[in-house]
Design a protein around this ligand. Structure first.
Ligand SMILES: [Zn+2]
Length: 66
């Protein structure tokens, strides 16, 4: 999937250490807290949301950035 351009821009304005922290704090229904990989950035109810896969089991995961 392709990222929403505006959402991606907003995401990229966040400091990289914070983005890293958020990427490493994603909930997977199989693994619990995991890292999101191969994600794209979108909007959901005006919030940025990362949509991708769990690093451990490849299950689809999402993380809302508030
Ligand atoms: Zn998982």
């Amino acid at each position: 999937m392709k990222s929403n351009e505006l959402a991606l821009k907003r995401w990229q304005t966040m400091p990289s250490h914070i983005r890293k922290k958020l990427e490493d704090n994603v909930y997977c229904s199989t693994c619990g807290v995991t890292t999101i990989v191969d994600y794209y950035v979108d909007f959901a109810d005006y919030a940025i949301v990362l949509k991708g896969n769990c690093k451990s089991c490849n299950h689809r995961v999402a993380r809302v950035i508030d």
